[in-house]
Design a protein around this ligand. Structure first.
Ligand code: CAA
Length: 258
């Protein structure tokens, strides 16, 4: 992709790394950026060689949210018709595990994008928040729902109603972030985590992701049922035969995504 593209990408082994790339707008999520990012994530999701995805911003900002300048022009009809409305669903539908690498600001849609990922690695400089209320709107990319599931109603309510930003340590204490790392390690540690996941048997990794996400979507009984069906499916894979044989034979497993 050309350097001025709104999203840059590279492969690190079986990990696909997407870099949001609108530095002049603090990586604000323009319609163009969202479209390119969703296309990229979908193409990696369909690629057997990509086993985990990292979504990264830059060192001083992950993303400052929806593009306020673009949104300022939109009337009701334009908002309803905007293709960006499908962006969140398209990325959420990705079966491949995803890690957000957050350094600097992750605000509004930026925070929602991090929340949409399955795990979040944050630099000690990271700041999260849902400042939409300060603009006279509310989060529109899943913030009210995913923040509430991550940290509980009272805490999410405070952030959504006040627009207060939280630092990496508070985000970690609230469960939004998996680990806080030193500033210079923000990307390497995220890729490191993604690489661990990328080495796990891919079918089982996808099933595990689906099962964990089901906990947010259905009640306990239905969730346990989904887990059981996925467990039975995992038992039917060649990879689990290989994994269990390797354990018994005291050797390293050779997983083939079958
Ligand atoms: N949309 C469009 N442009 C943005 C932007 C955004 N969200 N955030 C920053 N920019 C632009 C600024 O307008 C500025 O452009 P110009 O140089 O043309 O003036 C440039 O990026 C640099 O911005 P700042 O000078 O403000 O940079 P800073 O480093 O001093 O501050 C910041 C960074 C704290 C992130 C600040 O820019 C900011 O508060 N941005 C807005 C954050 C926000 O309100 N996000 C929510 C957006 S709405 C949303 O996300 C809806 C949704 O749910 C999808």
């Amino acid at each position: 992709m050309p350097a001025e593209a709104p999203v840059l990408s590279e492969r690190r082994g079986a990990v696909g790394v997407a870099y949001l790339n609108r530095p002049d707008a603090r990586n604000a999520l323009s319609a163009d950026l969202m479209d390119v990012l969703a296309d990229l994530v979908e193409s990696w999701d369909a690629d057997d060689d990509v086993r985990c995805i990292v979504i990264a911003g830059g060192e001083t900002y992950f993303a400052a949210g929806g593009d306020i300048k673009g949104m300022a022009e939109q009337d009701f009809q334009a908002v309803v018709a905007a293709p960006t409305a499908s962006f969140w669903r398209r990325v959420a539908d990705c079966a491949t595990p995803m890690v957000a690498a957050v350094s600097g600001y992750a605000l509004g849609g930026g925070c929602e994008l991090a929340l949409l990922c399955d795990m979040v690695v944050a630099s000690e400089t990271a700041e999260f928040g849902q400042p939409e209320i300060l603009l006279g709107i509310i989060p529109g990319g899943g913030g009210t729902q995913r923040l509430t599931r991550v940290m509980g109603k009272q805490r999410a309510m405070e952030l959504v109603l006040t627009g207060r930003r939280i630092d990496a340590e508070e985000a970690h204490a609230l469960g939004l972030v998996n680990k806080v790392v030193r500033k210079r390690e923000w990307l390497d540690r995220a890729i490191e985590l993604a690489t661990v996941v990328a080495h796990r048997p891919p079918l089982a990794a996808r099933m595990a992701k689906r099962a964990v996400l089901a906990a947010d979507e259905v009640g306990l009984g239905a969730g346990l049922d989904i887990e059981r069906r996925l467990f039975e499916l995992a038992m039917a894979t060649e990879d689990r035969v290989e994994g269990m044989s390797a354990f018994v034979e005291k050797r390293k497993p050779d997983f083939r995504a079958r």
